[in-house]
Design a protein around this ligand. Structure first.
Ligand SMILES: Cc1cc2nc3c(=O)[nH]c(=O)nc-3n(C[C@H](O)[C@H](O)[C@H](O)COP(=O)(O)OP(=O)(O)OC[C@H]3O[C@@H](n4cnc5c(N)ncnc54)[C@H](O)[C@@H]3O)c2cc1C
Length: 412
């Protein structure tokens, strides 16, 4: 049996040989993407049957290194571009782990080619942190599923081609059972998307009203009534992605806030780089970023083995702290100017928008408090929260209103 070094050499040789045959900087992006996807390089850790090569994470890192050496775009993060990237990454990985071969064959290549966009249809007016209280229903009608209900806070729903939808399929089972996971085509009459305005002034998320919307039977992902298991993998994956935003900074000596600020440079420019408290805060941020990156590796390795890793919650929580603290530090370095807002004051604007956007990480994908509950229960082994509705048929559980309009009616 060969050693790990032999295997690494073998993979290095294989990637180099493929690149020397195919890499041509004059190829247009789409043509190159097609070659990468069909060559099995876009997601080398996926099975060879499904656009991958069955590599481990460490082996995939060799592929990344060799592509980077030539400046050739690589990997799902580069190959799948544009809006909805996180949602697509989640969708693709959920499909790989749980979907039927038919659904994989329909969706994986277009996803990897960047031809489709996805959204996450999970939260409802009465089901956020307590997602298992969801009331959107799915019923079988011949060879189709019919869906009715309302989702809310759905990021990029206005751009999505399909939604990853959780819906109730059996009301006589307790709340965490009787839920199923579906792919819902978004471009149909029964799906109405209404934008919600957020505090940054943008409208990236939406209410989604679902009225007799339909999907083919094979759009069920995983087993009927076993959607909570699928969802746990999907949420762990989402938390890994959210917990790793910005830890892969191209220049490790920088501490970016938004696209334009580097905290080190800002501290120098504002004459604060010798201030001991500022230096200590910067050092803490560097340390936090490194620890988050290592934790992310561990969570991703555990998830690759099929476990919904609770380590993903640690990373997401720590990332929230990193984002809030770095934006807060940028604001305090700017002093009174940090209170300004608008395009004429780019630094203050970047700091303020980052401060607001940090809440995306501490609420979306499960709030900081919920991550703390997961860490307490699944990592520290503390007793579970009291719940009186866990073993009761969902039909008998008292419920919040299933439909609620937040956006003030029709889109403007
Ligand atoms: C920017 C952004 C993007 C989002 N994108 C999507 C999306 O694409 N798709 C989607 O489905 N959802 C999305 N969400 C929704 C998000 O998942 C929910 O907002 C989140 O899970 C919290 O649910 P909630 O808003 O209903 O708050 P609630 O669940 O009502 O929580 C209110 C407060 O109570 C706390 N709390 C609740 N239960 C507990 C508990 N058991 N222990 C301790 N504290 C608790 C919470 O931490 C929070 O502070 C997004 C949210 C944001 C902010």
């Amino acid at each position: 049996m060969g050693t790990r070094e032999d295997r690494a050499d073998e993979i290095t040789a294989e990637v180099r040989s493929w690149l020397s045959e195919h890499w041509d900087p004059s190829l247009d992006g789409r043509e190159w993407r097609g070659l990468v996807v069909d060559g099995g390089w876009a997601y080398p850790s996926w099975p060879a049957r499904w656009f991958g090569r069955g590599y481990t994470r460490a082996e995939s890192a060799i592929v990344a290194r060799e592509f980077a050496r030539l400046g050739a775009p690589w990997g799902a993060l580069d190959v799948v571009s544009g809006h909805g990237q996180i949602e697509l990454q989640i969708g693709a990985n959920v499909l790989i782990a749980h979907a039927s071969d038919g659904l994989k064959a329909q969706l994986l290549r277009p996803i990897l080619m960047g031809d489709l966009r996805a959204c996450l249809l999970y939260s409802e007016p009465g089901a956020g942190s307590d997602l298992a209280s969801l009331q959107t229903r799915a019923e079988r009608d011949g060879d189709e599923w019919v869906f009715n209900g309302q989702k809310v806070w759905t990021t990029v729903a206005q751009l999505a081609d399909f939604g990853l939808l959780i819906a109730r399929t059996d009301w006589d089972q307790p709340k965490h059972q009787g839920i199923s996971y579906f792919i819902l085509p978004m471009h149909q009459r029964g799906v109405e998307v209404r934008p919600l305005r957020q505090m940054t002034g943008d409208a990236q998320f939406n209410e989604v009203f679902i009225t007799d919307a339909r999907a083919p039977l094979d759009h069920l992902v995983g087993e009927l009534n076993d959607g909570w298991r699928v969802l746990r993998t999907a949420l762990a994956f989402e938390r890994i992605v959210m917990g790793s935003t910005g830890t892969r900074s191209r220049d490790e000596r920088r501490l970016p806030v938004g696209a334009s600020i580097d905290l080190i440079e800002l501290a120098q420019r504002t004459g604060r780089s010798e201030d001991r408290l500022v230096r200590q805060a910067l050092a803490e941020l560097f340390i936090l970023r490194s620890v988050i990156a290592w934790n992310g590796e561990r969570a991703a390795a555990e998830s690759a083995r099929g476990d919904a890793s609770p380590a993903a919650s640690l990373g997401k929580l720590a990332m929230s702290r990193l984002l809030h603290t770095s934006a807060g530090l940028a604001d305090s370095l700017l002093g009174p100017a940090g209170t300004l807002y608008g395009p004429e004051v780019p630094d203050a604007n970047a700091a303020n928008v980052s401060l607001m956007m940090a809440f995306m990480n501490s609420i979306g994908g499960g709030s900081d408090q919920i991550q703390r509950n997961i860490i307490a229960e699944r990592i520290l082994g503390l007793p579970k929260d009291l719940a009186t509705d866990r073993d009761v048929p969902f039909r008998d559980v008292p419920k919040a209103a299933a439909r609620l309009e937040l956006g003030g009616g029709r889109p403007r």
